[in-house]
Design a protein around this ligand. Sequence first.
Ligand code: PEP
Ligand code: MN
Length: 335
Amino acid sequence: MIIILKENTTAQELNTLAEMVKSHGVTPHITEGVHQTIMGLVGDTTRIDIESLSQLKIVEAVRRIQEPFKNANRKFHPMDTVITVGDAVIGGNSLTLIAGPCSVESEEQIISVARDVKNSGAKILRGGAFKPRTSPYAFQGMREEGIKLLLEAKKDTGLPIVTEIMDLSQLDLFDEIDIIQVGARNMQNFELLKQLGRSGKPVLLKRGLASTYQELLMSAEYIMAFGNDQVILCERGVRTFETYTRNTLDISAVPALKKLSHLPVVIDPSHAAGIADFVSPLSMAAVAAGADGLMIEVHNDPSKAKCDGPQSLTPESFDKLAKKLTSLKKIMQED
Ligand code: PEP
Ligand code: MN
């Protein structure tokens, strides 16, 4: 980080600033030019608040020359993070399929979908028990009962479970859940992220509707700074001017996030497209771009789904897609 100082800064003011940055464990290096004095900060500057520094009377500007995330940064952890839950491995050179309905609707529904997606090669079952819906009048999920049914499906199939938490008060219900999902709308619920950091459970963190890569990585950093390095990043489409699709899938997120971070990157083509027919091409694109996994909505009868039917695949179409994805992954592993 570099601090550019105003022209009339006195030696004493400079000294006070130097002492202040030292108290954050960072070493100041002062360079006095003819017209401008700059202070370079060497060390871990992640705890230094740019906003408050910029507001000091003697400061002209502050520039970060390194990303503000440390735990999630590939520069400090060059090797890919690999997360293991049950028989599923996420990260490294694998392609992990996560599939299941948008929401758990009944025991028969979740168990039949779980069995079907498992037979097609899915390694993790998804299903919402607590649903973040735009309308308070829409189906809100089966809540506690939904979690119980997911655990039944886990017992039946052996598939590990990923499901969304919406509030800290729900955390006790997630004891036997394998991966906790933080949805797009909660990506910056920092208190929730801190507590999930303390929980030590793998977290699937979805990108916010209009969040940058850096904001997503700073949210991952919250979880990691509180002691949990098992974070899976998920791109699920962002909001753009285009309204034909539900969101716009940002394929660049795969190479960009993998360059910036060592954390696994998963794509959710279902919420990105909002249209079942587009799930297959977007999934293929995600694998071609190097995604570590896909999270796909599959429903036993999409036309009757309580939530997100139009974007849900039938078990049959998921089966076809899984075969195509496996072949594509094989081709990619050959080079
Ligand atoms: C979901 O995966 O069920 C979901 C609500 O997704 P998102 O948070 O990406 O909208
Ligand atoms: Mn959904």
